[in-house]
Design a protein around this ligand. Structure first.
Ligand code: GLY
Length: 377
């Protein structure tokens, strides 16, 4: 018997060890359809998509299931991949009678989610995240999309999943550096909305960073907690009209780092550096309480993540790269700024983000380099 988390969302989210074994039962309950298309990251296809395809119940005949693979890596979250997957589905005859099952990390979930959002103007999607980052962030909340040369996630749609299945056992196969990417988003969730979760996470970080696997039980609990924080936000503001901006904490700088480095740095590492830099920015602007930047820097270092900008990119280039961010509005680049642990600033117009001038951003980048012990490259 598996039970979803109580989150107040319109769709169930299961976070448990071994929940993948119940996939078809839950799909038939929450996203039943005539056809099913499994879109999996090629790096986990054999590990997870193949067993899923082999465990079809008698009620679903094999010809009603299509398997598609997507190449790993952010560089593949493109319109070209969207085009290829959509064409494959249409050639197969997929109609509104099709549920898409996305298995993999954030790239697969965002891409397959966008295919689902646009195919026949929207078909159901089941998100099966197999990375920590996707479990705590991208699989929940309905953001789907692709990157373009002009920046990340600039083309996309809000399309809620019908079901999210996070099997903690899949994290055992995750390289430690990839797991750290998820830890960055978990640190963010504590910072923006839950000081206790932040402190508890910092306490268990050494265990979560231990690659031996003994930490899986602690992971399950912290993942559920982190998902609950995100769900609480998106349940109130699904379309990012206001409050949801707080989930962008650290991300204006993070996206600039990723863009400036042509996506050679992982999203989590960029988010970690971005969280520290934007917290120092908030401190210098008098928005955040004194010392918060150091607290966040300590947390990201405990997770083995960078606490300052990359050495290979100048502050001017990073500043320039912030202008491609989709959070820019009326020409001004906006930042979601923390006030203290667990509390974000509502911003001048209660939009939970604020325009910040170039000089202040340059000063925060300089401070972060000065105080940083671990640059982002
Ligand atoms: N990853 C930020 C959001 O879902 O809004």
């Amino acid at each position: 018997m598996v039970t979803p988390l109580a989150l107040g969302l319109s769709y169930p989210v299961f976070v448990a060890r071994g929940v993948l074994d119940h996939l078809w039962m839950l799909v038939e309950q929450y996203a039943p359809n005539h056809r099913y298309a499994i879109i999996a990251d090629e790096s986990v296809d054999a590990l997870y998509a193949s067993p899923v395809a082999r465990s079809l119940p008698l009620s679903i005949s094999p010809e009603r299931v299509l398997r598609l693979r997507v190449p790993s890596g952010e560089a593949n979250k493109t319109r070209e991949q969207w085009h290829r997957l959509s064409n494959a589905l249409l050639s197969w005859g997929a109609g509104r009678d099709t549920t898409i099952i996305a298995i993999g990390g954030g790239v697969t979930g965002d891409l397959a989610g966008f295919v689902a959002a646009t195919l026949h103007r929207g078909v159901p999607v089941v998100q099966v995240p197999t990375t920590l980052l996707a479990m705590v962030d991208s699989a929940v909340g309905g953001k789907t999309g692709v990157d373009t040369d002009a920046g990340k996630n600039l083309i996309g749609a809000f399309h809620n999943p019908s079901l999210v299945l996070s099997d903690i056992n899949t994290l055992r196969s995750l390289p430690m550096s990839v797991r750290a990417d998820g830890l960055a988003e978990m640190i963010k969730h504590g910072l923006i909305a839950d000081a206790d979760a932040f402190s508890e996470l910092c306490g268990v970080l050494p265990r979560l960073c231990d690659s031996e696997g003994a930490e899986v039980a602690a992971l399950a609990e912290m993942v559920a907690r982190s998902v609950a924080i995100k769900a609480h936000v998106v349940a109130q503001d699904g379309r990012e009209a206001g409050l949801r901006h707080i989930l962008n904490a650290g991300h204006t700088i993070a996206h600039a780092i990723e863009h400036a480095l042509h996506f050679s740095m992982s999203h989590g590492a960029a988010v970690a550096a971005g969280l520290v830099i934007e917290t120092r920015l908030a401190e210098q602007l008098g928005v955040a309480e004194h010392g918060l930047g150091d607290v966040v820097a300590d947390a990201v270092r405990r997770a083995g993540l960078p606490d300052s900008p990359p050495r290979s990119v100048s502050d001017r280039d990073l500043l320039e790269a912030t202008r491609s961010d989709k959070k820019a509005r009326a020409g001004a680049v906006r930042y979601a700024l923390p006030e203290r642990l667990g509390r974000m600033s509502p911003g001048p117009d209660h939009s939970w983000s604020a325009p910040v001038g170039d000089d202040a951003v340059l000063a925060a980048l300089a401070t972060s380099r000065l105080l940083g012990k671990r640059p982002a490259d």
